[in-house]
Design a protein around this ligand. Structure first.
Ligand code: GLU
Length: 479
């Protein structure tokens, strides 16, 4: 039975790395009919927040990474960790350490000065009975340290990296329970992974050094050791570790930009894995079938925002109009573009007309606004180029024929414009260019007769009249 987990510390929102780890765990669970578990690692009360827990759950839901169990909270499991720590003490596999922060700091600094490495010197392992009793009487704070078996190597077979080995000598007697009774990450993680019967631990490569310590704990506690798979680092395009400098790292910022969650999930899937061939665009359902944990690359992955944006525009082009309407609503609202009185059919038509040219939902909402708002913004360049005297003259001629039309569909408006051009011995483009600027404020856009149809006669006439009042240079911003 496959049981995997994502175990975020709730100290912020979901960043790209966490989302990718969650996705790979999710894909692995689904393709094996296993369980995907959410565990909140909130052992540090000073850094963990409720808001962050909410944000994390909201983010996973937005990405459709639904978990089957949890959330479990480590903060509610402190007695369990204590129980196991004391068990280790009883068995002589862990010991109390009374060393103060100051002492440890001093020793560390001294070693640094003498240019030698330092690990805990087992000072408290050799305390005699009287010394221990005195320290207890005085109420000196104590931690619990794990007694690392040093005369051996720790080895494991990583699903992605293969055999990895480290000498026990390089691992210090690390703390498992702090003086305030809270467990350290390595300890709580092992107890939970074991008790929650996690079969595969799939997490970021930064954790490899922890895995050695964790394996020693599994062994000391007679727990079954899970399989491990350490996912490659995610770097920015400059080869440095992904950070704010590279743009948004929180997935909710991508939501705000109008990236579709299905596009983001698709892009995340490719950060360290590929289905082979040149297949790049696939659904979550397809990814569940195609994903192979053992095919995840060792090499660092590069996060490239332009590529994500490209992928998003591909998704927008391919998406069902109704799905886009659902997604774009919050952006229309945010920009005060009213759409609620419009017929759904018209909104879908506007989307159909603009989806090819919108890289994200935010752009789509702005493009839709041209058909939904009274007033539009004009690009200065477009006005200067086509709404000069000649352009306006042509628009006036067009206005007089368009005003008379009772049917205002694509065919009629096109036929009328072309006939007018013929009559006046002008090129159709001489009407089409100023018309596009009058209707959309822009130099380029969807096919003009589609624009006319979706815009409708009333708004078209209004916009042409408005354009005739615009003067060059100034007044390019309508209000
Ligand atoms: N809370 C740890 C983290 O966010 C979990 C690591 C793990 O998956 O074991 O890095």
């Amino acid at each position: 039975m496959v049981r995997v987990r994502i175990a975020p510390s709730p100290t912020g929102s979901i960043h790209i790395g966490l989302a990718r780890s969650a996705l790979y765990n999710f894909l692995f669970a689904r393709q094996h009919n296993g369980k995907f578990i959410l565990r909140i690692e909130d052992t540090d009360p000073t850094r963990s927040t409720k808001e962050s827990v909410e944000a994390i759950m909201e983010g996973f839901r937005w990405l459709s990474l639904y978990w089957d169990e949890g959330p479990y909270f480590q903060s509610q499991r402190f007695p369990i960790y204590r129980e196991y720590a004391e068990k280790l003490i009883k068995e002589g596999k862990a010991y109390y350490c009374y060393c103060s922060e100051e002492r440890l700091k001093k020793e560390r600094e001294k070693a640094l000065q003498e240019r030698r490495s330092w690990q805990y010197d087992r000072h408290c392992l050799s305390l005699n009975k009287e010394e221990k009793e005195r320290l207890e009487r005085e109420g000196v704070p104590k931690t619990i340290r794990f007694l690392v078996p040093q005369e051996r190597n720790v080895v494991f077979n990583d699903i992605i990296h293969g055999r990895i080995e480290r000498s026990g000598r390089d691992i210090e007697d690390f703390i498992i329970l702090r003086a305030d009774g809270t467990p350290t990450y390595n300890f709580a993680c092992v107890i939970d992974d074991a008790l929650m019967e996690i079969s595969h631990v799939i997490r970021a490569v930064e954790h490899i050094s922890n895995t050695f310590k964790q394996i020693l704990l599994y062994e000391a506690l007679n727990f079954k050791i899970p399989f491990f798979a350490h996912l490659p680092l995610i770097l920015g395009k400059d080869g440095k570790k992904l950070s704010k400098r590279h743009g948004a790292v929180s997935i909710m910022e991508y939501k705000k930009m109008g990236i579709l969650p299905e596009a983001l999930v698709n892009y995340l899937a490719l950060l360290g894995w590929s289905p082979g061939g040149d297949l790049e665009i696939f659904s979550l359902e397809e990814a569940i079938k195609l994903f192979r944990l053992e095919k995840v690359k060792k090499a660092n992955a590069i996060f490239d925002f332009q590529k994500l944006e490209w992928m998003n525009s591909e998704y927008i082009k391919r998406s069902d109009n109704k799905r886009l309407l659902e997604g774009v609503k919050e952006f229309l609202e945010e920009k005060n573009i009213s759409y609620k009185e419009e017929k759904e059919e018209r909104l879908l038509e506007i989307i159909q007309l603009n989806k090819e040219r919108s890289r994200n939902l935010c752009e789509l909402s702005l493009n839709m606004g041209i058909y939904l708002k009274e007033a539009i913004d004009y690009d200065k360049e477009a006005v200067d180029k086509y709404l000069d005297e000649k352009g306006k003259e042509n628009l006036k001629e067009l206005l007089s024929v368009y005003e008379k039309l009772s049917i205002f569909d694509k065919e009629t408006t096109e036929k009328t414009l072309r006939e007018l051009a013929k009559d006046k011995n002008k090129k159709p483009a001489e009407y089409i260019h100023p018309l596009r600027v009058a209707l959309t404020g822009k130099l380029v856009g969807p096919p003009i007769f589609d624009v006319l149809k979706v815009m409708g006669k009333e708004l078209t006439i209004k916009r042409i009249k408005k354009a005739l009042t615009l003067s060059l240079e100034k007044n390019t911003k309508d209000n």
